[in-house]
Write a protein that binds this ligand. Sequence first.
Ligand SMILES: Cc1cc2nc3c(=O)[nH]c(=O)nc-3n(C[C@H](O)[C@H](O)[C@H](O)COP(=O)(O)OP(=O)(O)OC[C@H]3O[C@@H](n4cnc5c(N)ncnc54)[C@H](O)[C@@H]3O)c2cc1C
Length: 497
Amino acid sequence: MTAERYDVAVIGYGPTGAALAARLGQLGIRTLVVEKEPDVFPLPRAAHFDHEIMRVWQRLGIAEKILPETRPIGAYEFRNAKGEVLLEFGEHERTPSGWRSSYMFHQPALEKTLREAVARLPSVTIRLRTSFAALLENGADGVRVRIEGEGGAREIAARYLIACDGAASPVRRALGIAQFDFEFDEPWLVIDAIAEAGGDALPQIGLQLCNPERPTTFMPMSPGRYRWEFMIKPGEAPAAMLEDARIAQLLEPWNRTTALRLDRKAVYRFHGLAAKTWRAGRVLLAGDAAHQMPPFAGQGLCSGVRDAENLAWKLAAVLSGEAGEALLDTYQVEREPHVRGIIETAIFMGRVVCTLDPEAAAARDRDMIAGRAATAGAPPIPPLPPLSGGAFSDLPLAGALAPQAVLGEGEACRRADDAWPDGFLYAGLEAAAARDCDWPLRVGIIDVGRDPFGAAIAAMLKGAGETGLLIRPDRYVFGAGSPQTLAAALARALRPA
Ligand SMILES: Cc1cc2nc3c(=O)[nH]c(=O)nc-3n(C[C@H](O)[C@H](O)[C@H](O)COP(=O)(O)OP(=O)(O)OC[C@H]3O[C@@H](n4cnc5c(N)ncnc54)[C@H](O)[C@@H]3O)c2cc1C
């Protein structure tokens, strides 16, 4: 029997696999997605994504569908048992991505919308109820894989395989890839509840209640839906915590103001792990298969979507022959330090919250309150780090997020990414020279002096004393400089030694 052939096989159709399939499908790449379950994962997981991810949804054409199912968070506060603020993160209406800084959402609804978008892409084949069973070959020409579904076992061949198969990643295991352990491991009960009367009496901000009696997370999610997470203390049995009567007890203080209906519940161990290598031959790991983090920063899913964005254009460039194979090695170089920084932030937040010893909690409170007073309330945690190294140039502004201009207000507003072409973009003042330039692949040209959306980038260029930016398909800045300088740097970056 000859194996079915694809350019890319994606194992796992969670948010990472779906985001990757959507982008590969937009690029017309012959993609197979293999997913063992019949439907999206039903239990409570992600509740937050950030502006950069909303911009990804926009470019996948689903932002308008998702937006009504989200809500802004307003603020995110860590409070001690007395209600004093230890840490505070504000929310911004405008970010460089052209969206609000944070959105609260319902993961299964988002995943369904994403899957509907993938289903419209003719180059993507989806096989649900089908499992990755074995990696038969991982060689210079591609991979051969055995998959098992309702019709029995079959073999498929692909030029690349992307393991988006979650934390337990059977593909990562088949490759024997070890994980670095950040040594954080705490059991928590996670509950979603629906507020019968809308929940107006509940807080409308995110809270980490750092009470050593019972560390608790509270989050407004999609409209009408709320999230609670309760730390499971030593000696408490996870199964007993999952009983409805116990959950009712835990929710009792909140239920006094609002009638709550339990929607979903689960127990997780929150931990921090990162695969030691993200590429083995023709196989690459993405999303939870490559890294896992406690949810306190709300960045696990976001990181998987960033992986997908980083990989998709590189796979497309390698498959088309516009880039050398070694471009794929830049994926881990760029993404791993970014993710590690976020894991460390999430663990820092987790250690603040998961303090059970009353004396340690009192010392934490003293230190953090004094620290806040000394820094005038500024959070001691930097925003998301820029990317660097890998397939970025060593030119100015490399690794920054390219700003997206927004014109107008509210529902009538228009955003630059909807008007500008996908793919690489030169956005600068030397548009005529950029049109004549010998680029190593197709580059859209935006004259920021004339384009209605050009002002944000013109301001960035002015601040840096530069004339033009080259923006990558994932909307990170490749570098700033003249068209010729950028074209030469891009040619080198696409064929790393
Ligand atoms: C309580 C909690 C709260 C969280 N909150 C946030 C948050 O607010 N913001 C945020 O960004 N992230 C958050 N996260 C993290 C986020 O949910 C995950 O990072 C994200 O779901 C990972 O997506 P993924 O696609 O990489 O993996 P998964 O969603 O796990 O998908 C993997 C897929 O692979 C499939 N699969 C596995 N084995 C096979 C096989 N052999 N063959 C075929 N298919 C297979 C699985 O069925 C699954 O569908 C939270 C997580 C938890 C637990």
